[in-house]
Design a binder for this molecule. Structure first.
Ligand code: FAD
Length: 401
């Protein structure tokens, strides 16, 4: 693997850096410094995403015919690294990263025309309706019902842990359209307008939340919600195929850029903190943990280069996505664990993360939000399919067990 960039690639890297300098404004920077979840205010996400789209960079993984930039794997890698190491806002994944590939592969021409341009332009905000109170890892046992009523489906049931549903215009849902012996065979993939009569969003308050209205997850209720037939993606009762396809895109992330940035911050903290009369960074036990974390993150980067470098735009990663997800999320947790450990008691105050708060920071600035972030990161080994489930997938599809 040649890790030296060509002159063109270095010029591209500079272009990405210029873009970040010009568009990652002070309001976004302040919001990113405080976020515990990775999400910031919707209007800031939209401003950022519209700037990316104007440049043609919103959807690096889309094929060119749908508006992707046509980058090489190296350009995609450079772009991700630069964005992540600058701490730039994420592109909210539900539309561009998750739903769009499903529409490209399984949608009708009318659906492609209707939904893809609005996803690129960030005009429509999506959320994901897969999990239910009785269906998480065992997703195929989902019960939300969509009854065929001629020109529409009548939907009843609920979805849970729906991230950012409070901001969404639309939700893509897995619904039960038939009671079959094999539960996977009676599922369909449906697009539902969140403004439809009968849809209610109810926030779920989690332990990392400092104030009302900042929830990450919700329960969404559907009571006699009418959904036009044209909102079905793929064949009736074939939604499981779409569902699995989407999950491979959901899991196929690059983690190392963010991890390297967090590790650099952690090193700064460790230098500033004191332990036994010297800096924490010099403490043999903590220094060994930092060194191990650094090696693991470098190994993660090599894994990403190997896996993502061999993938064309628009191509899904298959079982390799489970490998990236498992290792990447373990390291995300490790870094926040070490951050909380480094600042000790000062990890505890939540005050600075309360929106609009002008309370002074308790303890050093770098300790801001260490506990809420540590707590929030418990989610990463659960969502997008828990890591135990990813191990099951790898044992079957990679190891052939
Ligand atoms: C912050 C957050 C955001 C989320 N956002 C969304 C969203 O936007 N949309 C959405 O649809 N869902 C979302 N989810 C839900 C997520 O996908 C589920 O929580 C996840 O699939 C696990 O399901 P569960 O919570 O029902 O746990 P369960 O399935 O009940 O699992 C409980 C435990 O048992 C283990 N387990 C279960 N089955 C097996 C098995 N076969 N082998 C080994 N171990 C097993 C699991 O690994 C886990 O540790 C989100 C979750 C979180 C935490």
């Amino acid at each position: 693997m040649d890790l030296n960039f060509t002159a063109d690639e270095l010029a591209f890297r500079d272009e990405v850096r210029r873009f970040i300098e010009q568009n990652f404004d002070s309001e976004m920077r302040a919001a990113m410094a405080r976020t515990r979840t990775g999400y910031i205010a919707k209007h800031l996400h939209i401003r950022w995403q519209k700037a990316l789209n104007e440049k043609g960079w919103l959807a690096p993984n889309w094929p060119v015919e749908y508006g992707g930039p046509g980058w090489t794997p190296t350009q995609r890698y450079i772009y991700e690294q630069e964005m992540n190491s600058a701490g730039a806002p994420i592109v909210v994944p539900f539309g561009p990263r998750m739903l769009a590939p499903v529409i490209m592969k399984f949608g009708t021409e009318a659906q492609k025309k209707k939904y893809l341009p609005d996803i690129l332009a960030s005009n429509t905000w999506w959320c994901q309706g897969y999990s239910e109170p009785g269906a998480g890892s065992d997703l195929a046992s989902l019960q939300m019902k969509a009854e065929d009523k001629g020109d529409h489906f009548l939907c009843n049931g609920s979805k849970i842990w729906t991230s950012e549903a409070q901001h969404a215009d639309m939700i893509f849902c897995l619904v039960r359209t038939a009671q079959t012996k094999k539960p996977q065979e009676g599922i369909s993939f449906l697009l539902i307008d969140m403004k439809s009569p009968g849809v209610t969003v109810s926030p779920i308050v989690t332990i990392d939340e400092a104030s009302e209205g900042m929830q990450e997850v919700n329960q969404v209720f559907f009571d006699d919600v009418k959904v036009p037939k044209e909102n079905l993606v793929g064949e009736l009762n074939q939604g499981w195929t779409c569902a699995k396809y989407l999950l491979e895109f959901e899991r196929g992330n690059a983690y190392s850029g963010h991890l390297k940035r967090h590790l650099a911050h952690l090193r700064k903290m460790a230098k500033a903190e004191q332990a036994h009369g010297a800096s924490l960074a010099q403490d043999p036990d903590f220094a060994a943990k930092l060194a191990q974390a650094e090696m693991d993150i470098m190994a993660m980067e090599m894994l990403e280069l190997r896996v993502l470098g061999g993938t064309k735009s628009g191509q899904n990663l298959g079982a390799a996505s489970s490998m990236l997800k498992t290792r990447g999320t373990e390291l995300q947790q490790l870094v926040t664990e070490l951050s909380a450990e480094a600042v000790g008691y000062y990890a505890s105050p939540f005050t600075p993360l309360i929106e609009g708060s002008n309370e002074p920071t308790i303890g050093p600035d770098y300790a801001d939000g260490a506990a809420p972030r540590y707590l929030n990161m418990r989610k990463v080994t659960i969502y997008a399919g828990s890591n135990e489930i990813q191990r099951n997938i790898m044992s079957k599809l990679i190891l052939g067990l």
